[in-house]
Design a protein around this ligand. Structure first.
Ligand SMILES: [Zn+2]
Ligand SMILES: [Zn+2]
Length: 228
């Protein structure tokens, strides 16, 4: 018996939420393979790209305020299904799976690009928080908080405006809806990583970047579980 087998023999198993196979996480390694991961993404906003271009058309015409965007998976099929079950059906074991994967991704990013002074999760409005009972992004950062030394700043930025569900709005409507939705205390971070579950148009993360840069941060990158 190898050391890995001996160690994992003591980790409690659970059923995979997709195929019911016994697994360490509630998404088994086999089902994890069915999550799509684009190898080629826009350097600026992480949108999947087909060609060998470095930036997508939208970033070429107007680049976002964050510098680099990172995403674990494409927001489609199995991934979209898992995120919905985590957010709306409160299947927290799925959040735990994503939290471990986000931690791995974070280590890769830091290895490549250096440390961050702080991580800031996208704040929910008080209404949404009451409705859902928890901020799903805090759940997603649980393993990172436990296993790394980086400061997770959950208090400097507040959501000051309760927005309509952005998923029903087009790009221009989203920009208007999210405008001035956050406020932040003055901060002195050089490098901040903003985290959210899904990036669709990037309007929310761009608005959060604007707020954080205005509050004194020098540079923002963003990390999401999925990119639409
Ligand atoms: Zn499975
Ligand atoms: Zn782009």
């Amino acid at each position: 018996m190898g050391i890995y087998t001996r160690l994992t023999a003591f980790i409690p198993k659970q059923s995979c939420v997709l195929c019911t196979e016994q697994s360490i996480f509630c998404v088994c390694e086999c089902c994890e393979q069915s999550l799509q991961v684009s190898q080629h993404r826009c350097r600026s906003c992480a949108a999947p790209l087909n060609s060998d271009l470095h930036f997508c058309g939208s970033c070429l015409s107007r680049s976002p305020l964050f510098i680099n965007a990172y995403a674990l998976y494409d927001y489609s099929g199995v991934c979209a299904n898992l995120i919905k079950r985590f957010k709306f059906d409160h299947q927290l074991c799925i959040g735990d799976f994503f939290a471990h994967k986000l931690h791995e991704k974070y280590l890769d990013i830091v290895n490549d690009q250096g440390e961050y002074d702080a991580i800031i999760p996208l704040p929910l409005s008080a209404n949404r928080l009451r409705e859902r009972g928890y901020n799903q992004t805090h759940e997603l950062l649980r393993i990172l908080a436990k296993k790394s030394d980086v400061l997770i700043d959950r208090t400097s930025v507040k959501r000051t405006k309760s927005t309509r569900a952005l998923s029903t709005l087009n790009l221009e409507e989203r920009k208007i809806e999210i405008k001035n939705a956050f406020s932040a205390q003055a901060m002195t971070y050089n490098k901040v990583l903003l985290v959210d579950d899904v990036m669709t148009t990037g309007s929310s993360l761009n608005e959060l970047s604007k707020t954080v840069l205005k509050a004194g941060a020098k540079l923002c990158d963003v990390l999401t579980v999925a990119r639409a």
